[in-house]
Ligand binder design. Structure first.
Ligand code: SF4
Length: 501
């Protein structure tokens, strides 16, 4: 059923549908269908077998469903002999046919750029070199990866394992030996975590999947079985099938590793199957790949991550796109990835922030990257930067200062302890804090019976004369002593930062 080279069942159609105007959708997206399938009964549309049988699998079909430049069609026609193509009607319908740079289209429809390759490699992560038995990669001490099938419900054009999935005939080179893979895990007690991947293991015949799950469940030292699947995103109908969900749940150790890349993929159907999996006791983690033109901007990434939180899928990793042959056009700079991460931390809930990783060439494994939050350090303290750009001295241990202070400025002042923070001008948070202080200050004056315009003069109309680091007790004490307000020492120090002590 999931064989990628099934015959073309899709009739041709010349009309290109009009824009559906879903640019403004908030996730989850609205249900939608390409006009070709508008009259398909719901019972068929919701049947994964129908979706699979009617997947778009040829350039001839694509030509009738989307606009292409003539040379583009010719170029992707030439690629067809080498690389597979499959897009279920459900996933295809998420494409805006009027937008040649539509993010769903970019992920699923072949591009002439797939013929271009410079730096990229067939097996960029050298998985095959870390393969003690066919199909199994043992890279980290306690984890292994099993490549169980070359088939996927949709072939992502940037796939890291393209050599086994998209490339016609590629599976022969990778292959897998089910029994030897299971036996390797059984006789290697260090293995705690098995990633059952592919291709997509949820395209396996149910009997084959049962074989893997029952055998892995029975191995005592295996604590975790991770199912790496894009089915919730590209063919959620497969998980409308209770038999499959029951099988996954019965293995007890199963975590789902799925792969949403764009907020428009978070549809009611995807939300439904994630809810089903969660109710059946399977945690869901998401891997996104940073893809040029798909999700390499902060707004899209925030929308994606917030959408995932709404359906209780944990954003786990944001992968830099691997240097795989023919996917160079999806790759952006590490700087872009860091810029996006900089716009996430502190600006949205920490539970929605994935770890940004580069999967190292030469089989070096995942290397986490993040913006630099530690600016400097000494024996006594570190200088840290927060999401606003505030620089702060942080003394982790309670011990006497070891150095002799010298006349220094800026970050050195923080290290030596003569200041404890540097705050960028115009901070929204400090403006909020000032407003709170003004309110508290006014209340304190009223409590002490010192109402009157003379006190308010000090705060000014916007409270800017109040010292941001000063708390209510200090202000109240100032009033109680009859000394007027705490004396601010100004914010600017000439470098765009305000020193608050
Ligand atoms: S679903 Fe996964 S294995 Fe299949 S093509 Fe996409 S990225 Fe590759």
């Amino acid at each position: 059923m999931f064989e990628s080279d099934a015959p073309d069942p899709l009739p041709t159609q010349s009309a290109i549908p009009a824009a559906s105007g879903f640019e403004d959708d908030e996730p989850p997206s609205l249900p939608r269908r390409h006009s070709l399938w508008a009259n398909v009964p719901d019972a068929q549309w919701n049947d994964w077998r129908w979706q699979t049988q009617n997947s778009v699998r040829s350039v001839r079909q694509l030509r009738n469903l989307l606009p292409f430049a003539p040379d583009e069609l010719e170029a992707i026609g030439r690629l067809e002999a080498d690389f597979k193509l499959a897009i279920p009607p459900y996933y295809f319908s998420l494409i805006d046919p009027t937008d040649p740079a539509d993010p769903i289209r970019l992920q699923s429809v072949p591009s002439p750029l797939e013929a271009v390759s410079g730096y990229e490699l067939e097996d960029p992560l050298e998985e095959d070199k870390d393969s003690p038995v066919p199909g199994l990669t043992h890279r980290y001490p306690d984890r292994v990866l099993m490549i169980t099938t070359p088939n996927c419900s949709m072939y992502c054009r940037y796939c890291t394992r393209k050599r086994a999935t998209l490339t016609r005939g590629g599976w022969e080179g990778v292959s897998a030996d089910d029994e030897r893979m299971i036996e390797y895990v059984r006789k290697t007690p260090a293995i705690r975590d098995v990633i059952v991947s592919g291709g997509d293991p949820l395209t396996l015949p149910i009997g084959k999947l049962r074989y893997y799950l029952e055998n892995l469940k029975a191995i005592d030292h295996v604590d975790v079985i991770r199912i790496g699947t894009r089915v919730p995103v590209t063919l959620p109908q497969r998980l409308f099938d209770n038999e499959l969900v029951d099988l996954l749940a019965s293995a007890e150790k199963v975590y789902i590793q799925t792969h949403f890349n764009h907020p428009r993929e978070i549809t009611p159907e995807a939300a439904r199957v994630c809810k089903t999996l969660l109710r059946a006791g399977m945690p869901i983690n998401n891997h996104s790949v940073l893809l040029k033109g798909v999700n390499d901007d902060l707004g899209t990434m925030r929308q994606l991550l917030r959408g995932l939180l709404r359906i209780k899928v944990r954003p786990y990793y944001l992968f830099h796109c691997d240097p795989v042959t023919g996917a160079g056009h999806f790759r952006t700079s590490v700087w872009k990835g860091l810029q996006i991460m900089e716009g996430l931390r502190g600006h949205m809930s920490g539970i929605g922030i994935p770890t940004y990783v580069v999967d190292s060439p030469h089989g070096g494994g995942k290397i986490p990257l993040m913006p630099n939050y530690m600016v400097s350090m000494s024996d006594d303290a570190v200088v840290l930067r927060n999401y606003e750009g505030m620089l702060v001295r942080y003394q982790a241990e309670d011990k006497p200062t070891s150095g002799t202070p010298t006349a220094t400025r800026g970050v050195s002042n923080l290290l030596q302890g003569s200041q404890t923070q540097l705050m960028p001008e115009g901070s929204e948070r400090m403006a909020r804090r000032r407003a709170i202080q003004i309110a508290e200050h006014t209340e304190a004056m009223e409590t002490h019976g010192c109402g009157g315009d003379s006190h308010h003069e000090h705060a000014g109309n916007d409270g800017a004369a109040l010292r941001p680091g000063v708390s209510l007790p200090v202000l109240a004490a100032a009033h109680a002593n009859g000394n007027g307000h705490a004396n601010g020492n100004g914010y600017k120090n000439g470098n765009g930062y305000g020193a608050h002590d």
